[in-house]
Write a protein that binds this ligand. Sequence first.
Ligand code: Q46
Ligand code: ZN
Ligand code: ZN
Length: 307
Amino acid sequence: MKCRKCGAVAVIKMQQHKLALCEEHFLEWIPEQTERAIKKYKMFGPEDRILVAVSGGKDSLSLWDVLLRLGYQAEGLHIHLGINGGGYSDSSLEYVERFAATREEAKFQVVDLKAAYGQSVPELARTTYRGRKPCALCGLVKRHIMNRVAYEGGYDAIATGHNLDDEAAVLMQNTLRWQAGYLARQAPVLPSTHPRLARKVKPFIRLYERETAAYAIVRGIDYIYDECPYAVGSTTNFYKGILNQLESRSPGTKLSFYLSFLQARREGLFSRPGEALELNECQRCGQPTTAPGLCAFCRLWQRMDSR
Ligand code: Q46
Ligand code: ZN
Ligand code: ZN
């Protein structure tokens, strides 16, 4: 297998693009594709300050690396969730620290949930979720903290490392239940709808997971290989498996599934006119919420306090 650009030995073959590339050209191709997505979906420009959510995994560290290589003002935010008695979260943080230590321009901050708010994600779940899987709660906590940090730090956009496999799996779940509300909000860019809610962007949206993993490996980025223990056996992973089966039968299925959805979305298939949500400011933290009174994050802590 030879690189299409120079004829050297290829390190990756991307069936859906009928493209094989050598190490050097693959390391150029990923930033080119990312830049194309940033421009195509009007995510941000060089003047914008970007807050990159970095978990310590391959997608987020690769994204941070690529944005820095492209010359964007990209600073990291790591949220320490206290998972696995803190062990999983401690090692995730170490990978972020190690990455930043090798790049002078990689500035980042850490919010430790337990230190800042008094409880880790598993502790919160034990009390308020009666031991159920904490992922919904964890998502809520992460969104709240990202919004708060972005607002307080004056960032223009929050970037996450979601790749095409993540998006296609969520799309499949939403489509199987025709969840119009979720489908209407599933997009490469979510514009800011309130001064306290930063724009959310996903610059890796057109890259397959195996490509972001290959980028991290070829680029020598050390990332946490283990998944969060709560992700093991998750519904999203199940749908990723199904999509990969489809992909191996028919290369390009994942990409066309997602891009055709975006096309349909642009044509208004999932828009729900007249349903713009009214936002109130939470009485406790000030973040916008559709609920009257307290936002979901503050209601969570209120439930904790009342126990
Ligand atoms: S970190 Fe949190 Fe994920 Fe772990 S608890 Fe679930 S949501 S799986 S991206
Ligand atoms: Zn080459
Ligand atoms: Zn609140």
